[in-house]
Ligand binder design. Structure first.
Ligand SMILES: Nc1ncnc2c1ncn2[C@@H]1O[C@H](COP(=O)(O)OP(=O)(O)O)[C@@H](O)[C@H]1O
Ligand SMILES: [Mg+2]
Length: 262
């Protein structure tokens, strides 16, 4: 029972450089579920994911986030990782001097905790197996993290991290951007392989195409820093067919972005 994660976000507000971007967002994600947050650019989606992971630039000013009843906002970034939160970033950082395999091993060990580190042999075996699944060139293990990786290679590398870290709640921010159709299918297969009652996904995207391969249980539309509409997979299909204008009209929203108001 306690293995099944529940992430509860209640009335979350978050600011960047003094400007409120996430403006009261509530969402409950249970183990086994796949939620998609869709929305046009500039509606606060990446700010939400950064705030959930504890990025220092993003200040939570109100609301609560709990994982199985534990206060996530009280946790340091590494504690959040250990608790099972994972974020695949929209724009992964390049880190010169740290090889991909060093980074992956540190990330796995951060999740496993002190005294429970993975053995080198086991790590290498797992990393090589997952790299093969994701069709990543083996030499990428020894390259500096994300340095000189193409957009699609960075995204596949984020999924590699996820597969090795085995998080409880995986937040994937625009994981589909920059992927050609073959890479998109590989990424989707990676996500689907990890779907289980012990794990949940929050897939953030503004296109529906990834959701053709990873069927979400719930679809939410984000505008003006909050969720303005929720539904099932059919909502994503309608957004793909008709765009976002009908949602704006329905809700009387003129500008869907955040932060423009005087
Ligand atoms: N690091 C940052 N510094 C300054 N402004 C930011 C930063 N991150 C986000 N913002 C602002 O927050 C708003 C929402 O951005 P973001 O959360 O990236 O939206 P989305 O992911 O939906 O496109 C934008 O107006 C953007 O300029
Ligand atoms: Mg974004």
């Amino acid at each position: 029972m306690s293995n099944v994660p529940v992430l509860t976000i209640s009335d979350l507000k978050a600011s960047v450089e003094g400007k409120e971007i996430v403006k009261g967002l509530s969402l409950e994600i249970k183990g086994g579920e796949v939620h998609a947050i869709m929305g046009p650019n500039g509606t606060g989606k990446s700010t939400l994911s950064s705030a959930l992971m504890g990025h220092p630039k993003y200040e939570v000013t109100d609301g609560t986030v709990t994982l199985n009843g534990e206060d996530v906002l009280e946790m340091a970034v590494d504690e959040r990782a250990r608790a099972g939160l994972f974020l695949a970033m929209q724009y992964p950082s390049e880190i010169t001097g740290v090889t991909n395999s060093d980074f992956l091993r540190s990330a796995i060990n951060a999740r496993r905790g002190e005294g429970n580190e993975i053995s080198l042999i086991r790590f290498i075996r797992q990393m090589e197996a997952k790299m093969k699944e994701l069709d990543i060139n083996p030499e990428f293990a020894h390259r500096y993290l994300n340095e000189g990786f193409s957009g699609g290679e960075k995204k596949r590398n984020e999924i590699l991290q996820m597969m090795l870290i085995e998080p409880k709640i995986a937040i994937l921010d625009e994981i589909d951007s920059g992927l050609d159709i073959d890479a998109l299918k590989i990424v989707a297969a990676g996500v689907n392989a990890l779907r289980s009652p012990e794990r949940a996904f929050l897939i953030i995207t503004h296109y529906q195409r990834l959701l053709n391969y990873v069927t979400p249980d719930f679809v939410h539309v984000m505008m003006q820093g909050r969720i303005v509409k929720s539904g099932g997979p059919e909502l994503a299909e309608r957004l793909e067919a008709e765009g976002y204008d009908w949602v704006k009209e329905e809700l009387g929203i003129v500008d869907e972005t955040v932060g423009q108001e005087v």
